[in-house]
Ligand binder design. Sequence first.
Ligand code: B4P
Length: 188
Amino acid sequence: MTNIVLFGPPGSGKGTQAKRLCEKFDLVHLSTGDILRKEMNERTPLGKKAKAFMGKGELVPDRDVVEMVAHAIDSHGYANGFIFDGFPRTIAQAEFLDEMLKERDTEVHYLIILDVTHDELVERLLKRGQIEGRTDDTPEVIENRIKVYHEQTAPVISYYRNKGKYFPVNGIGSIDEITERIVQVMQG
Ligand code: B4P
């Protein structure tokens, strides 16, 4: 089993790269952002609750997110491995993930972080906002998402660095080039 955490600030290309890597390595793509947006579209109780947080660029509470991830992992009992996209976003979520994988005799093998400058992040997300109309891709909410990333999510990097699982990748360039950089890390 190979388990990858694809990490980086909002707009760094996690979702974009996760889809390609899943195909290449036959892994399950588990995007907490995608699951939460589906819950929102279906107006489930979790979706209604999440909407208030996501609309402001805040994190959805850990308790709700870990329950949702546990359910998603359990529903893929025989997977070759997972690409976690947008999860974990806090130390509490990272501890939960480690525990959950340990119970299944496996672990996180790579934390791959996509390094992208602030200006490039904002430019990509504003562009996506114009094309896809995601309500959290507006200038004010984008700035808050980046702030929340630095305050609450970035500490997860040291958590995995201390375990020797930290692999930074330059996230600027063409989508193909970045996929190739990640593949090199994994085949390294
Ligand atoms: P996510 O859905 O995870 O949103 P994101 O971080 O903005 O997406 P991502 O980083 O994957 O975007 P991508 O680069 O692919 O989360 C949304 C919200 O959900 C959060 O703010 C939070 O409220 C909530 N949430 C999710 N997970 C949570 C958790 N674990 N705990 C608590 N709350 C949680 O795409 C960005 C754009 O860049 C795209 O348009 C893409 O086409 C473009 N792009 C990609 N690569 C490019 C490249 N190389 N060059 C140019 N453009 C590129």
